[in-house]
Write a protein that binds this ligand. Structure first.
Ligand SMILES: *Cc1c(COP(=O)(O)O)cnc(C)c1O
Length: 228
């Protein structure tokens, strides 16, 4: 299937799911995860109207972003190493994978000198999976977020998580609902926390994520094909 066809199909499915659970049309954005896919496929998606793209490696973004039109927006969704922060701040409009105070401070510092405010999401390890990155839901998260909210050159828009890696659909949905609940708790606890964005749901589970309040689904293989 062509990229355009797949995109149309996914957008239709997102819209159906949004309406099916009584949410407002257009309340879920699609981040097209283009990691390890050639530039031509991103351009094809762009021609079909897609503007939001997700990449997980700084080196790859460095090659792709300058070759895409200015209004293509790139979000970083992969683990970000300290030594890549400078370039990440240059090529990405949003960093969804912030998982430490140290990283947030580095981004803040860099953006200060670039005279730019970076949108960030805190990545949460919602299933407490030892193989996954992201914050555990614990005291460190609470004390870090308090400090991160005081930084002037980053804006914490919300949370990002990968759903439980299991077969059981109910358990997957459960993990998304835990993220939604955490977001509500954080909004209640911290005045400065905006928390308007919940980035959750991938090719295999975006319907469950939408049913659980996702505002952005990150879909790769269902649009661009499998990545080998
Ligand atoms: C690769 C990736 C995705 C997209 O995964 P698909 O299953 O191909 O849709 C979404 N989120 C993150 C963090 C990823 O690394």
């Amino acid at each position: 299937m062509s990229v355009k066809k797949s995109l149309d199909t996914i957008l239709q499915k997102i819209d159906d799911a949004v309406l099916h659970c009584g949410r407002e049309s257009g309340s879920v954005k699609l981040l097209a995860v283009s990691k390890r896919k050639p530039l031509e496929m991103l351009q094809e998606a762009y021609s079909a109207g897609q503007r939001l793209f997700g990449e997980n490696r700084v080196q790859e973004a460095e090659l792709k972003v300058p070759q895409m039109p200015d209004d293509a927006i790139f979000h970083m969704i992969g683990h970000l190493q300290s030594n890549k922060v400078n370039k990440a701040c240059q090529f990405f409009s949003c960093i969804q994978s912030v998982d430490s105070l140290k990283l947030a401070k580095k981004i803040d510092n860099r953006c200060k000198s670039l005279d730019k405010i970076m949108d960030i999401y805190l990545e949460i390890n919602i299933s407490d999976d030892p193989n996954k990155t992201g914050y555990r839901v614990d005291e460190t998260l609470l004390s870090d977020i308090e400090e991160i909210l005081e930084l002037n050159s980053v804006r914490v828009k919300g949370l990002m998580a990968i759903g439980a890696h299991v077969e059981d659909r109910a358990e997957i949905k459960n993990s998304f609902q835990r993220l939604q609940k955490l977001n509500d708790d954080l909004k209640e606890r911290f005045q400065a926390y905006i928390g308007t964005e919940l980035s959750m749901g991938m090719s295999g589970d975006y319907i469950e994520a939408i049913e659980s309040g996702s505002t952005m689904v990150r879909v790769g293989s269902a649009i661009f094909g499998s990545r080998e």
